[in-house]
Ligand binder design. Sequence first.
Ligand code: ARG
Length: 423
Amino acid sequence: MAGKLKHVVLAYSGGLDTSVAIPWIKEHYGAEVTTLTVDVGQEGELEDAVERAPINGAREAFLEDAKVTFAEEFLFPALQANCLYQGVYPLSTSLARPLIVRHLVSAALRLGADAVAHGCTGKGNDQVRFDVGVQTLAPHLSIIAPVREWNMNRQDEIAYAREHGLKIHVKPESPYSVDENLWGRSVEGGRLEDPGSAPPEEVFQWTSHPEKWPKVPEDVVVGFSRGAPISLNGRSLEPVDLIQTLNQKAGAHGIGRIDHVEDRVVGIKSRETYECPAAIALVQAHQALEALVLPRDLLSFKGLVDRRFADTVYEGMWYSPLRESLSSFVASTQETVTGQVTLRLFQGTSRVVGRRSPFSLLSHELATYDRTSTFRQEAAEGFIHLFGLANRLAYARRREALTDAEEREALPASGKVSPPTPP
Ligand code: ARG
């Protein structure tokens, strides 16, 4: 037996890994196990999973509905940072982990437990997010990752479950690993491991097959207030409702499929597929609104912050002074990100076809080519003269240097070709 523990709170999904983990932790650590399931909008039967935990040996089993907090405190702040890891992945799994960690830690403190456990493998990012999060919020807690320790394959796990008389729902052999929440669905493994071949249609559940795509485009108007989406087609919606509704709408048009060769924190490149219809559509709409209301220099600098924000979240550093400061900056840029963006959903893609805001910096008076324009075109000449000054000077010097070198080469005494000397 490994070092003894008293009481372990296990982050439990009800799948094979975390079901087997209940008796395994009891055997290997001599500890009591309480399970905690956090509802972040994953589909599937959570109640059933939670009911099975005590049957399989848990002292108690808790279910927390964290969907509202997830949307308000994690997804929307990330949306305001146009969260896309490596430009494509909206961080659905990455954003849920720190929230689950928060619940895990507070359950452990409430119950006086001395450890927490999770079902992550030793090859992914999620173990990093769990471990770093727990170490940061509650350094006194031990962390167990049974799947990282036990070296069982799926068949071994099923055999172990049988031996221990566990009540599990073993799904028909699926080679895929799936993770799901409000912000998206991630699938990896099986045939997806070959980055050279197209993902089999069976991995997709939220986005419809091209044959089922509607034959006509559908426009959706997304209303934003201070960077947060608040309505669809003029109808006010609570965050969770809004995301779920848009997942349905955009998913029906096949929007949000992502096929990505991704760099994990642990140094592995892997092929991952995602379905994130609402996230993709919302980031697109949000970016379009920012383009309308933020001044050029802020927009450009914010792009750097957005990128760093995505990397920081991906790396499991939600609970860090850096992430907090990045969030403060992003929040301060959202004051004027209010308005409506029209998205056209059609044939697997969404496009921005309109945007409006009371804070729009697009001035018709300045931009128009008709006579009402107030832009002083005569001022442009002087501006351009100075704008290009530094480059004009630099190129003039280069030309002079070249001419000098050519002249030297032309001297009868010079037997060899020498490179131009810098001025
Ligand atoms: N690669 C994604 C991330 O690290 C998703 C990981 C979990 N996905 C899964 N299918 N188990 O955020």
